[in-house]
Design a protein. Structure first.
Length: 251
């Protein structure tokens, strides 16, 4: 399984990070449509795109407007969106609306609520999901498995103990970490996570590797915090970086 990191920042772009978007180029599966998705057409290796959305905050959906031209010109043949009813309602009511962006591209919509057992199989990859309750309006965690490796994407949540089972022993956990430990008091209030809490989660769930994403964009650096203390909790932790290509297993 290959995973291209298109955007690893939270809230708004910084000099080093676009907002949330990840792509499995060989399978044509993407996660979230933040500003980083402008990089997607060049990285895709399929004609059709299956795009799973965590929730409808702007930093996760604004890039849907960037898919208008690639669809119009045929650079991408089709885009199927997967999300919950709350997310789809926000996209059609607030994102593609007069006068900000009147032309909704020809997306196909698949409601997560309509898929039985909360999973779907696409191009040899099984995608399953779970609602995350600890973020304003909620979010959705995803698990992707191709028979050889398992990868979980968890963003916009406080570490609340509700999704331990989903991410148990994955080869790679890409988890949000908006705050350093210095600002940990803000995490629960805002529905986000902080460093030592995410490292402890990775240890407790016995994941193989942890990459931190959805970093506070005021931290305008590739490596904003010293990870020494976090690595005492969980050694294989690092910052997710835009434009990195991950190969699982191995890497
Ligand atoms: Zn966000
Ligand atoms: Zn959010």
């Amino acid at each position: 399984m290959k995973i291209q990191l298109l955007g690893t920042g939270g809230y708004h772009p910084s000099d080093v990070r676009q907002t949330a978007s990840f792509l499995l180029p060989e399978a044509g599966i993407a996660l979230d449509a933040g500003t980083g998705i402008y990089r997607l057409p060049a990285a895709m290796q399929t004609e059709d795109l299956h795009l799973f959305l965590s929730h409808p905050h702007w930093d996760h959906i604004i890039g849907l407007t960037y898919l208008y031209v690639p669809l119009l010109t045929g650079q991408i043949r089709s885009v199927t969106l997967y999300g919950n009813a709350h997310t789809f309602a926000a996209i059609s009511t607030h994102l593609f609306a007069e006068p900000t962006f009147s032309h909704m591209p020809d997306f196909q919509f698949v409601l997560l609520e309509d898929l039985s057992e909360s999973k779907v199989e696409l191009n040899g990859v099984q995608v399953s999901w779970q609602p995350l309750p600890s973020h304003p309006g909620g979010s959705t965690a995803y698990l992707l498995e191709d028979g050889r490796s398992r990868f979980a994407y968890v963003t916009d949540t406080f570490v609340d103990g509700s999704y331990h089972e989903l991410i148990q022993e994955v080869d790679l956990l890409i988890h949000e970490c908006y705050f350093s430990d210095e600002l940990s008091e803000w995490a629960e209030k805002t529905g986000h996570s902080y460093l030592s809490q995410v490292a402890s989660l990775a240890r407790d769930c016995r994941v193989k590797q942890l990459l931190l994403t959805h970093i506070d964009p005021r931290e305008n650096e590739e490596s904003p915090w010293d990870l020494t203390a976090a690595r005492e909790i969980f050694p294989l932790v690092d910052f997710a970086r835009d434009q990195t290509l991950i190969q699982l297993p191995g890497n």
